[in-house]
Design a protein around this ligand. Structure first.
Ligand code: 4AD
Ligand code: MG
Length: 431
């Protein structure tokens, strides 16, 4: 009996007969030999069917296979230096599960809308598989980084009674008789968790009803949100640059083949090493206005501004000390200069834009009260958040890394729609 194997495991079965469940990716034939390109999710392998070595049934079954037909293939594993996987299969048997007809995604070029409508099938393509493998590696290394440094994983709620990042982008729903919203960020809850556990991080989905149709915006995206008690902005920046360097290098070390599939310039990623450059908002404005932009002090940066600033560096760059008026209610003002806050955005190189937003949080109860009034946030909904300032308030900081923008940057993709298995975009909820 042939041993059950996967394509990635054939290396343990050289010279033996194995049986693998798989799909036909592609096929070539030269009359007396058929070359089946097979995939099983774990990898790719070429299986060779030689007419003179198999029964007529096996030959004909192999012949009937079309793109994305499903089958069990049986064959002897051979080492083969010329193939990408290093192995080849000499076919002894073919058991068809299903012969597929009219698979919609053919090797020819398809438009983006067509591919997005067939996202459930598009995922099977070599490029999309490479992206998802890198995404999984990024998630694994995120957890490794924080777990190794004494951070505890904490899960904030997804259904919430109030907003975190401004009320205009909230998804509204009903919670029985009450109004509720899908979370935009777990941060406020992570602050409570930091007061209980010291150093914490969350990893979960967040939702923003943003009417933005750009290559950086998703409606549903995943965020990693660390929060640290007794930590100021500058200590937080050090964690951030260590963290991002660690994640990038772990992908370089573990996903070289996938990066090559995506034709990513790996040398650019190899250079990503802490420390990262830092400039203030004021310096950024000065640079932009000296280089063809006209940005008045107090205005937020858009994608072209971020790209112009990032172009000056090979590393991600921190922009710190934004004007208080354009940032979230919870950010702590600079004690020496209250018109700016102790915050930083991390801008990725090569035009990938902001991947991290973070800040030191207001720890003074009076100032927090004042901010609630200024931002017209109801005291009632945020009472628990005020309690964190009332009962043993401490300096604390945190940040949020957008997973999909990070995947886009590391993979070198020009749109976030390919960074998540089933993207939720403006005007797209299918499939
Ligand atoms: O800068 P943001 O809005 O920060 C927060 O939500 C803070 N509460 C985080 C914290 O301090 N705990 O979002 C953080 C990151 C951005 O830098 C970006 O990478 C990503 O989340 N992000 C998006 N990614 C995809 N689509 C969107 N619509 C995004 N909005 C933000
Ligand atoms: Mg931001």
């Amino acid at each position: 009996m042939a041993a059950k194997s996967t394509i990635s495991e054939v290396k343990h079965h050289v010279g033996q007969e194995v049986r693998i469940g798989c799909w036909l990716n592609n096929k070539r034939s030269s009359g007396k030999i058929q070359f089946l390109q097979l995939r099983d999710g774990s990898g790719y392998i070429q299986a060779v069917v030689v007419k003179s070595e198999v029964s007529e049934d096996v030959w004909n079954d192999a012949k009937s296979l079309t793109q994305e037909s499903s089958l069990y293939v049986t064959g002897i594993v051979r080492e083969d230096e010329r193939s990408q996987s290093g192995f080849e299969l000499s076919v002894t048997g073919v058991e068809i599960i299903q012969v597929t007809t009219d698979y919609p995604i053919t090797p020819k070029e398809h438009g983006v809308d067509f591919l997005m409508d067939h996202r459930h099938l598009w995922l099977r393509s070599t490029r999309q598989r490479a992206v998802l493998i890198i995404r999984a590696q990024i998630i694994r290394s995120v957890q490794q980084f924080f777990d190794e440094r004494g951070f505890k994983l904490v899960d904030p709620p997804i259904l919430t009674p109030s907003s975190c990042e401004g009320t205009t982008e909230l998804f509204h729903t009903k919670y029985f008789e009450e109004d509720a919203f899908l979370t935009q960020s777990g941060q406020l809850y992570m602050e409570a968790a930091a007061m209980a556990l010291g150093k914490v991080y969350s990893f979960g989905p967040t939702f923003r009803a943003e009417k933005s149709k750009t290559r950086r915006h998703l409606i549903e995206f995943w965020m990693i949100e660390p929060e640290m008690a007794f930590t100021d902005l500058f200590e937080s920046l050090e964690v951030q640059e260590q963290f991002v360097s660690y994640v990038v290098q772990s992908v370089v070390a573990n996903c070289r083949r996938e990066l090559e599939t995506l034709e990513r310039d790996i040398s650019k990623l190899e250079k990503i090493q802490a420390p990262f450059p830092r400039i203030t908002y004021d310096e950024a404005i000065e640079y932009l206005n000296a280089n063809g932009f006209e940005v008045p002090w107090g205005e937020d940066f858009g994608a072209p501004h971020e790209t112009a600033i990032a172009e000056r560096y090979e590393q991600p760059v921190f922009i710190t000390h934004y004007p208080t008026g354009i940032k979230a209610f919870y950010m702590k003002p600079d004690p020496n200069r209250p018109e700016v806050v102790l915050c930083a955005d991390m801008i990725a190189p090569e035009g990938y834009g902001e991947i991290i937003g973070g800040s030191q949080r207001i720890d003074d109860p009076e100032l927090m009260e004042q901010r609630f009034k200024e931002h017209e946030l109801s005291d009632e909904a945020y009472q628990w958040y005020m309690d964190l300032r009332k009962y043993g308030t401490v300096p604390h900081s945190g940040f949020g890394l957008g997973l999909e923008r990070t995947v886009a940057w590391i993979c070198g993709l020009d749109h976030v729609r390919e960074t998540i298995p089933f993207p939720r975009l403006l005007y797209r909820l299918y499939p």
